[in-house]
Ligand binder design. Structure first.
Ligand code: MD3
Ligand code: FE
Length: 249
C-alpha cells in the first residue's frame, strides 16, 4: 500500500501482484500520526465493494463500547427474539429494533411496524449515538442527509447465519442502508441482482461499517454461519449487526 499526497487530499493506493486495485481518500489524522481529533468522525479506509457500496474498515471502532451499551439499553426494552418466517422457519439470528419502525416477521408475513409485538409498545427510540454514527458513515460514502427511521439489530451466536436475501421492504430505495458489525467476525456474502449471481465473500469485523446504496442496494446478500472459534473480547462468541434504514419515503 502506498500513501501519497495530492493537492486534493491524502490518498492510499493498494496493489495486488503489482496491479493497482483502487485508490482511496484517507483521513490524515488517523494514518499519518498527527494530532488526533477525538470528536471527529473516523473516516478510515474507504474500500469500494461494488457500485455504490463502500466498506469503511474500523469506522465504528472508537465508539464500539458505547454502541454496545446502547444496544443493551434497547434490548432492555425490546428483547432479542428469534422470529418465525412465513415459511415456518425460526431465524437463527435473534433480532430487535429501535427507531420509528421495526422489522417483524411471523407466520403471516413480514413487514415494518411501529410497535414491538412482544410488548405492544412503540419501539425504543433510536439512541442518538447510533443514529449519529450511521449519518456520518453515509456522509463519508457521499450519501448526504441520510435520515434513518429504523435500526434493525441482529444478534448472532455460534452457528447462526442469514441466508441470501434482498432488502426490498423499504419504500425509499434512494437511501442507502448502513450496516455496523460489532463483536465476533463473520463471513459476509455479497452477490448481484439475481439470486443465482455468484456471491463474493468478505470478512466483517468488530468496528467495520458498510454503506450500501445505488445499484448495490438491491443486491442479494447474507452471512455464513458464525464460526465455532469466532470471538471478540468485547462480546465473547457473539456478533451484533446494526442496519440503519430509511423505510418511509
Ligand atoms: C447489502 N444483515 O439485516 S449486514 C439484514 O450481518 C442483513 O446481520 C446481515 O442482511 C448481518 O438485512 C448483513 C450487510 C448488509 C445489510 C444490508 C444490505 C448488506 C446489504 C442491503 C443491501 C445490500
Ligand atoms: Fe439484509
Amino acid at each position: 500500500m502506498t500513501v501519497y499526497l495530492r493537492n486534493d487530499g491524502v490518498f492510499c493506493q493498494t496493489h495486488v501482484h503489482g496491479v493497482n486495485m483502487a485508490t482511496y481518500p484517507i483521513a490524515i489524522d488517523r494514518f499519518m500520526n498527527q494530532t488526533p481529533d477525538l470528536f471527529a468522525p473516523t473516516p478510515a479506509l474507504r474500500e469500494p465493494i461494488d457500485d455504490g457500496a463502500w466498506l469503511l474498515r474500523g469506522f465504528a471502532l472508537d465508539q464500539a463500547d458505547h454502541l454496545l451499551e446502547a444496544i443493551q439499553q434497547v434490548a432492555a426494552q425490546a428483547a432479542f427474539r428469534h422470529q418465525v418466517t412465513p415459511g415456518g422457519h425460526t431465524m437463527s439470528a435473534a433480532m430487535s429494533s429501535c427507531g420509528l419502525l421495526g422489522w417483524v416477521t411471523d407466520r403471516y408475513g413480514y413487514r415494518y411496524g411501529s410497535r414491538d409485538p412482544l410488548t405492544d409498545q412503540p419501539w425504543p427510540e433510536m439512541p442518538p449515538i447510533l443514529r449519529q454514527l450511521a449519518v456520518e458513515a453515509a456522509e463519508a460514502s457521499d450519501y448526504a442527509h441520510f435520515e434513518p427511521d429504523a435500526c434493525l439489530i441482529n444478534r448472532y451466536e455460534t452457528g447462526a447465519k442469514m441466508g441470501l436475501h434482498q432488502d426490498k421492504d423499504e419504500e425509499d430505495m434512494d437511501a442507502p442502508i448502513v450496516s455496523v458489525s460489532l463483536g465476533a467476525p463473520i463471513r459476509f456474502l455479497f452477490g448481484g441482482l439475481a439470486r443465482t449471481d455468484k456471491a463474493e465473500g468478505w470478512k466483517l469485523e468488530h468496528g467495520d461499517v458498510v454503506v450500501w446504496g445505488g445499484p448495490s442496494r438491491l443486491f442479494f446478500h447474507g452471512v455464513a454461519p458464525l464460526g465455532k472459534r469466532a470471538e471478540h473480547p468485547a462480546t465473547g462468541a457473539m456478533r451484533y449487526n446494526l442496519t440503519f434504514r430509511k423505510v418511509r419515503a
